[in-house]
Design a binder for this molecule. Structure first.
Ligand SMILES: CC(C)(COP(=O)(O)OP(=O)(O)OC[C@H]1O[C@@H](n2cnc3c(N)ncnc32)[C@H](O)[C@@H]1OP(=O)(O)O)[C@@H](O)C(=O)NCCC(=O)NCCS
Length: 170
């Protein structure tokens, strides 16, 4: 019996069910030469947060297959309290598109700034053979989620066209 034939249809899940906040207080060993937080630290937090979102949706192990253009809009300072907020925007058959937004809070004043926003794509893996595995459909509940879905669908089509182009040239 094939993996597809063997799996019963999955119940849909809403973005609320996998919404994730990952928070970290920045430490001196995470700073760059300017005394601000090293970009790689923020990227690691973003990927960890997005990975939890995808695992919560799929309830399977996942791998990161793509990270879209990441903009560092503002620096994150030493001593900031950083939060990554992740929510799922789109699902394909085995892939999931996750939006992660990062905020930095100066704890003493309570001032919060959004410093980063990026989209990551994860693929769920079958626990037996490690191959891409189907994920539950996404139940969209709000107009904002429906808009995010449409935008994510376009982004995924663009990524896949780029992938095809790369494959053609290798
Ligand atoms: C992710 C991986 C298993 C996909 O394998 P594959 O042989 O390309 O599998 P498929 O062609 O069946 O693609 C699986 C899904 O990934 C999507 N995908 C593949 N490459 C992609 C890319 N560059 N960008 C976005 N999505 C991509 C496909 O569209 C498909 O999604 P769908 O099922 O929702 O339509 C494989 O590329 C891999 O192992 N990559 C390394 C992941 C990794 O090590 N990450 C870093 C550490 S976690």
């Amino acid at each position: 019996m094939s993996e597809e034939q063997g799996s019963p249809p999955q119940a849909g899940k809403s973005p609320r069910e996998s919404y994730t906040v990952l928070a970290e207080s920045m430490m001196p060993d995470q700073l760059n030469h300017h005394g601000n937080v090293f970009g790689g630290v923020i990227l690691a937090l973003v990927d960890k947060c997005g990975g939890v979102v995808a695992r919560r949706h799929a309830r399977l192990p996942v791998v990161t297959v793509s990270i879209d253009r990441v903009e560092f809009k503002e620096p994150v300072y030493a001593n900031d309290f950083v939060e990554a907020h992740g929510r799922i925007a789109y699902v394909g058959r085995t892939s999931m598109d996750v939006l992660v937004e990062v905020t930095a809070e100066q704890v003493e004043t309570g001032v919060r700034r959004q410093t980063n926003r990026c989209f990551l794509t994860y693929v769920a893996l079958d626990t037996l053979n490690g191959r891409p595995a189907p994920v539950p459909p996404l139940l969209l509940e709000t107009d904002e989620e429906r808009l995010e879905w449409d935008a994510a669908e376009e982004r995924q089509a663009y990524r896949l066209s780029q992938r095809k182009r790369r494959q053609k040239h290798t």
